[in-house]
Design a protein around this ligand. Structure first.
Ligand SMILES: C[S@@+](CC[C@H](N)C(=O)[O-])C[C@H]1O[C@@H](n2cnc3c(N)ncnc32)[C@H](O)[C@@H]1O
Length: 246
């Protein structure tokens, strides 16, 4: 099942959502990425990895803002192709790199990065423990992991757990307490979070009203009704989480 879910979610981002909500495929856009970079203490001499980088928008933003080396990795070959195309156009080539890869098996040596970021993708990893262990492994001692993600205010009822709500980072989300537990079990310390829930509402509305979503063959009428219910009821929040490798 997890292979099928991964395939579906990369299809949704590569073919449906990539045109619906602009270049940043996460609530808060680059304003929130700037806050992620600030809390991750990114500076010119940092080596940064973005897990699940989508179209590479944040990779380009960080490479340009801080003049540091940034690698973006995503499971979607289509999105990596778009990311590479965008960078060639903007000539950030020397400082950025993109690779197709699964967050559960990061193709990198131990203790290489100063910072790992992951924006709106933790929900999409069926085995979050494995991913967090991998992130911990590739970070240097003293390195920072900063993630933004949907957090559940209460359990999503079984009837609202569908392939689409998984792909939209809802059904696979956890409560903030559970994310803390997962991070601490992976070995991270000083785990703390900021609330950015208001940014999720804005993006949810944009997505629900977009033609790419309403016209997509992969999205049924029931899917759309379920989405409305999730956004109408107070089930979802959005958090920025910081965790350090000792
Ligand atoms: C909500 S989008 C966020 C993209 C990007 N972080 C951004 O904010 O613009 C989620 C991304 O996760 C990627 N993804 C899903 N499962 C993945 C996995 N197992 N490993 C790496 N990337 C994955 C999808 O292809 C998609 O690009």
């Amino acid at each position: 099942m997890s292979r099928e879910l991964k395939k579906f979610s990369t299809k949704i981002y590569g073919e449906v959502i990539r045109d619906a909500i602009g270049d940043s495929l996460h609530p808060g856009g680059l304003d929130l990425t700037a806050r992620v970079a600030e809390l991750a203490k990114i500076s010119k001499d940092c080596k940064v990895l973005e897990i699940a980088c989508g179209k590479g928008t944040s990779v380009r933003f960080i490479a340009e803002s801080f003049e540091c080396d940034v690698i973006g990795m995503d499971l979607s070959a289509k999105l990596i192709q778009i990311a590479k195309g965008n960078v060639v156009k903007e000539s950030f080539l020397e400082r950025t790199e993109f690779a197709i890869g699964d967050a559960e098996l990061i193709p990198c040596i131990n203790s290489f990065f100063d910072v790992v970021i992951c924006e709106s993708a933790l929900s999409l990893f069926p085995d979050k423990r494995k991913v967090l262990r991998e992130i911990y492994r590739v970070l240097k001692s003293g390195g920072r992991f900063v993630a933004t993600n949907i957090v559940l205010k209460r359990d999503v009822p079984a009837e609202l757990r569908r392939k689409l709500t998984f792909a939209l980072c809802i059904a696979g989300a956890e409560t903030l307490e559970k994310f803390y537990e997962l991070l601490e079990r992976a070995g991270f310390v000083d785990v703390h979070a900021e609330d950015h829930s208001e940014k999720l509402i804005a993006l949810g509305l944009k997505l629900l009203l977009s033609d790419s979503l309403t016209g997509a063959s992969t999205v049924s009428v029931t899917d759309r009704l379920v989405l409305r219910k999730l956004f109408n009821e107070d089930m979802l929040g959005y958090a920025l989480m910081v965790a350090n490798k000792p």
